[in-house]
Design a protein around this ligand. Structure first.
Ligand SMILES: Cc1cc2nc3c(=O)[nH]c(=O)nc-3n(C[C@H](O)[C@H](O)[C@H](O)COP(=O)(O)OP(=O)(O)OC[C@H]3O[C@@H](n4cnc5c(N)ncnc54)[C@H](O)[C@@H]3O)c2cc1C
Length: 386
């Protein structure tokens, strides 16, 4: 029987869980260490679109495509742009035949978790450090214990990876853009006017050097991001996040003069108002292979969310690392091959995300968004005509 390395995956995000599932399906043991206390310790965030060639491919390789179809919202792929007076300037409302369905992040995590034996995941394990042993293996250092040895430690622990320092000295840099996230619950029953404004998908509004994106999630929920180009500490200095009422009023004040129905989106927010400064690693981030350590997803290549590729790249990394480990006789070669391909593969998405964040809130206002959305629509219509 083939022997596999002792594998530790750090992080039960979409990347780490997809890899664990692919390995588990093939009978390869791996342990996941996750800092959150349990699966429902925090809401996992908004909606994500999974692409055929990456996120969906990973779900197929994980043997979870049927399960994916059950949580995919093909009907929520529309997009609209408004100006700040509330006038519709672009609409693509008939996109339900598009192949990038939305999936709620919590539903995606639940689907992946349900496909794994419970004992694989060690919740409430926040990695502090990976400590190399003299024999080339590694121990994992947590607050109150040390666990090891492992032959292969895979950092799937997101932007602020504690595994990354073993292979790279780079840290993500602040992009200059901060999102203030807000949300509207039970929108169809409680705010039918806002539900109609957003439609089945997402809307964007950009003017006066600021922006709003509001997107339909599952369970009649809207998630919004107010977008600002500001110094890193601006949000903490400007908003009193300990008082949702004050934070909501302050956020609405930032959009003074915009149409009441657009302001209504902010005013209807629930109490979950948080700051999300956008950080990214440099395009082309890579490292020299180190036996027994590798990274995937945001830990390897966090990029701005504008291209909508982050989760797709994370899941494709997981699928490809899994494939290499299963197909290759020598696990060390498998990791090398995965890294070499991944470094090249993510460049295009990272370039696109970097360009998008650099041009967000530019002097051209909504014009770039309009071009971008129109190009998407044209490509889709051409595809369906072909
Ligand atoms: C505001 C915003 C909106 C976004 N929208 C989109 C979108 O629409 N589409 C898209 O594709 N991408 C989007 N992204 C990006 C996407 O969220 C990430 O690319 C994706 O989640 C990366 O998956 P991952 O598994 O690599 O890391 P993560 O999802 O970050 O998961 C990492 C996991 O590791 C755990 N962890 C972290 N540190 C430790 C530690 N020390 N010890 C143990 N566990 C640890 C975390 O708790 C987490 O569970 C968005 C990002 C942001 C900030």
């Amino acid at each position: 029987m083939r022997s596999y390395p002792r594998i530790a995956i750090i992080g039960a995000g979409p990347g780490g869980l997809t890899l664990a599932r692919i390995l588990h399906q093939a009978g390869v043991p791996a342990s996941i260490f996750e800092r959150e206390e349990h699966a429902l310790a925090r809401p996992q965030g908004g909606t994500l679109d999974l692409h055929v060639e990456s996120g969906q491919l990973a779900m197929r390789r994980a043997g979870l495509y049927e399960e994916f179809l059950q949580i995919a919202r093909y009907e929520d792929q529309g997009s609209r742009l408004y100006d700040k007076d509330g006038t519709l300037i672009f609409a693509d409302d008939d996109a339900d035949d598009s192949d990038r369905p939305e999936v709620d992040r919590t539903a995606l995590r639940q689907t992946l978790l349900a496909s794994l034996p419970k004992e694989i995941i060690r919740w409430n394990h926040s990695l502090r450090e990976v400590r190399p042993r003299d024999d080339g293996t590694y121990d994992l250092v947590f607050e109150n214990e040390m666990i090891g040895p492992f032959d292969l430690v895979i950092g799937a622990d997101g932007s602020w990876s504690k595994v990354r320092p073993l292979v790279s000295s780079y840290r993500p840099q602040y992009s200059g853009i901060t999102f203030i996230e807000f949300g509207i619950d039970d929108v169809d029953a409680s705010h039918p006017d806002l539900a109609a404004l957003v439609g089945r998908g997402k809307i964007g509004i950009e003017a006066d050097g600021r922006g709003l994106i509001v997107q339909r999630n599952g369970n009649s929920h809207l998630r919004g991001y107010a977008i600002f180009r500001v110094p890193t500490e601006w949000a903490e200095k400007t908003f009193d996040f300990t008082s949702p009422a004050k934070a909501r009023a302050r956020l609405a004040a930032e959009f003074k003069g915009w149409a009441p129905r657009i302001l209504g989106l902010v005013e209807a927010s629930n109490d979950h108002i948080v700051s999300r400064p956008i950080y990214a690693l440099p395009v082309g981030h890579h490292w020299q292979n180190r036996i027994g350590i590798t990274l995937l997803g945001d830990a390897a290549h966090v990029m701005s969310p504008f291209g909508g590729e982050g989760v797709n790249m994370a899941m494709l990394d997981a699928a490809e690392l899994g494939r290499q480990l299963l197909e290759n006789d020598e696990w060390k070669d498998a990791v090398k091959a995965y890294e070499a391909e991944m470094f090249e593969r993510v460049i295009e998405a990272a370039e696109h995300a970097a360009e998008a964040v650099a041009t967000e809130l530019s002097h051209l206002g909504a014009e770039l968004s309009l071009q971008h959305y129109q190009a998407h629509l044209d490509a889709r219509l051409q595809g369906s005509a072909a």
